[in-house]
Ligand binder design. Structure first.
Ligand code: HEM
Length: 250
């Protein structure tokens, strides 16, 4: 009997579709019908994690491209590209002094799309530093740091510092002359800071000079600690934008 019913439904695709949309499985994924009025639209927004991330109301002029220049969004796009290419790079890179530099050469010479992956990571990193800085300038220029957004501006400054730190820690990983000396100079500058400078320099290096201990510390900071912190503060940043709304016209 059931087989005959099933076959009958197959003969009528419309009925099959209707039975599918009424099934428990379908309704556990798609909870609301297609929104056709204000109520069902509100239900759809509240039931979707992605739509729910948007502010409840936005004035059209606030998201004009010539107001934000999309700089916050572009920064986030760079972060996504960096995460994706960074995970792919982790498949090949070993943070050990005798291996790191050779890994980079092998990645470029022997791995399919290896050079592309590495270049995308590097250029997206440069891009993110520049664009986050420009985004901060835009926030300053349009006065978007004023209340009630002063808290989000502070979260933004933390994001800027984390972006710089990600860039700095990543710079050592290829383990070439440029990265070795850049980190030597950078950490010596930290060491010259009065009072705690020497201690922080030693904590960063894990030694008196740049070596294996430094490489593993920078690697751990670069691939785990800093991206996690950045993701955490990004969530707070986006949540505040949603709560405060965009600044234009206020
Ligand atoms: C990883 C770094 C960052 C990302 C991904 C990011 C992302 C965003 C996005 C997507 C927006 C929405 C509108 C837009 O595109 O401008 C925004 C707004 C905002 N951001 Fe950022 N941001 C970052 C860093 C910063 C920094 C460094 C500051 C300031 C010091 C800052 C302060 C703000 C403020 C105050 C707003 C609200 C602007 C308004 O309402 O007009 N953000 N951010």
């Amino acid at each position: 009997m059931q087989i005959r019913n099933g076959l009958r439904m197959l003969a009528h695709p419309g009925q099959l579709y209707e039975a599918f949309t009424r099934s428990q499985l379908y309704r556990s994924v798609i909870r609301n019908p297609w929104p056709t009025n204000a109520r069902t639209r509100a239900l759809a927004v509240m039931g979707s994690v992605f739509l729910h991330l948007q502010p409840t109301r936005t004035r059209p002029e606030a998201i004009k491209i010539t107001y934000t220049w999309g700089l916050g969004g572009i920064s986030f796009l760079f972060f996504l590209i960096l995460t994706l290419t960074g995970v792919l790079l982790m498949f090949y890179y070993v943070p050990q002094v005798p291996l790191a530099y050779q890994n980079m050469l092998d990645l470029q010479g022997s791995v399919s799309f290896g050079q592309l992956m590495r270049n995308m990571h590097r250029w997206a990193a440069h891009g993110m530093v520049i664009v986050v800085f420009l985004h901060m300038c835009r926030v300053f220029y349009t006065g978007s740091y004023r209340p009630p957004r002063e808290f989000n501006r502070i979260v933004g400054v933390i994001l800027l510092v984390l972006t710089f730190l990600l860039s700095f820690t990543g710079y050592l990983l290829p383990w070439d002359q440029l990265s070795y000396w850049a980190v030597t100079v950078g950490t010596n500058m930290v060491g010259s800071t009065p009072f705690l400078g020497g201690l922080v320099q030693f904590l960063l290096l894990g030694d008196k000079t740049v070596g294996q201990n430094t490489l593993i510390r920078f690697y751990t900071l670069h691939v785990i600690a800093l991206p996690l912190l950045l993701s955490l503060f990004l969530s707070v940043h986006f949540w505040r934008i949603r709560k405060d709304g965009f600044s234009r016209g206020l």
